[in-house]
Design a protein around this ligand. Structure first.
Ligand SMILES: Cc1cc2nc3c(=O)[nH]c(=O)nc-3n(C[C@H](O)[C@H](O)[C@H](O)COP(=O)(O)O)c2cc1C
Length: 324
């Protein structure tokens, strides 16, 4: 598997089989999706962001989001919050839940999160971010990592400064989204900002943003990042990690890839049914089916039919045509 760019990587004491991670995505990276990404070749998977305050106040839905399953490790639980003591408590809960790593969300641009000073709000308050990280580091044995952006608005690169602050506070790795918070998830990613940030610290920096395949992954690694975190491309295709691994190791594209993708989707439906029940699990998969069928013959009709399915057997009957 090893190539100069693709390689195993350690985050603190946690050894990853490769340097390709699944980026955290609210509403997407639930347990079923994480297991899928792990079997699709991700070296690390990350949960949806979980509110530290909700964990502190015993919210059942948030507590359920901490549940990890065999088959997804190594896995990081991502927390958001702006209060160091709540974040430290929630980090302990994440450690008890079996997380291999606990990650701080310092990049979310959503107003509801920003209002409390959390998410990318923490980029405006580096001292608070450092306090949060060091409290968490003192409270758990597992590595503490952090995800932030290159800046708050276009043209800004505070990545190197924030990276040094986080490293000094005890963070074991960084994921850097190469777009400013003002751009949410669209627009170009700034490779130079990634390179400068990676060069500013000794801990591994995962570059993130706009990776659809091997070409973009290669560019991020060549810019000096130790790893790559992939978000939306994995939603379209959870096997993107093994496809990139193979390409970076000199392999050629697999002609059976579309069929393998649908087989993974069937596996995802099964996992979802196990976790949420058959009907609810299928309902939760509705937002993904359009991505997964994209480009396949009769995709629009199959997608419409999928919306009405109630059982796994019906799903299998509908999708089996694409697995051969
Ligand atoms: C639907 C969605 C939900 C997201 N939720 C989170 C989240 O919970 N925590 C986080 O740090 N980033 C979140 N992100 C940002 C992604 O982790 C990632 O930084 C972003 O999508 C850019 O990577 P990509 O271009 O590979 O998708 C989310 C992105 C999307 C599209």
């Amino acid at each position: 598997m090893s190539s100069p760019l693709l390689r195993p990587l350690s985050i603190g004491t946690v050894r990853l089989k490769n340097n390709l991670a699944l980026a955290p995505m609210a509403g997407i990276t639930n347990a079923a999706f994480r297991i899928l990404a792990a079997s699709g070749g991700a070296g690390l998977v990350v949960t949806e962001m979980v509110s530290a305050d909700s964990i502190k106040y015993g919210n059942k839905k948030s507590a359920k989001m901490l549940e990890l399953f065999p088959g997804e490790h190594p896995a990081a639980i991502q927390l958001f919050g702006a209060d160091p003591s709540s974040m430290a408590l929630a980090a302990q809960a994440a450690e008890r839940a079996g997380a291999d790593i606990v990650d701080v969300n310092a990049g979310c641009p959503v107003r509801k999160v920003l209002r409390s000073g959390a998410g990318s709000g923490l980029m405006k308050t580096p001292q608070l971010l450092a306090d949060i990280i060091s409290r968490m580091v003192k409270s758990v044995k597992i590595p503490v990592t952090v995800k932030f952006r290159i800046g708050l608005s276009a043209g800004e690169n505070i990545g190197p400064l924030l990276a040094r602050v986080c490293e000094e506070a005890g963070a074991a790795a960084i994921t850097l989204h190469g777009r400013p918070a003002s751009q949410f998830h669209t627009g170009p990613v700034d490779l130079e900002a990634m390179a400068l940030t990676a060069a500013a610290v000794k801990i591994p920096v995962f570059g993130n943003g706009g990776v659809n395949g091997a070409e973009e992954a290669r560019a991020i690694l060549a810019a000096g990042c130790a790893g790559v975190a992939i978000g939306r491309a994995a939603v379209f295709n959870p096997a993107v990690f093994s496809e990139i691994s193979s390409a970076l190791s000199g392999g050629s594209p697999d002609p059976a890839a579309p069929a393998a993708r649908i087989k993974l989707f069937l596996k995802f439906l099964e996992l979802n049914a196990g976790i949420y029940g058959e009907e609810h699990g299928l309902a939760r998969a509705r937002k993904l089916v359009g991505y997964w069928l994209k480009g396949l013959p009769g995709a629009a009709g199959a997608r419409a039919a999928f919306m009405k399915l109630k059982t796994l057997k019906e799903a299998e009957e509908l999708l089996i045509q694409y697995t051969e």
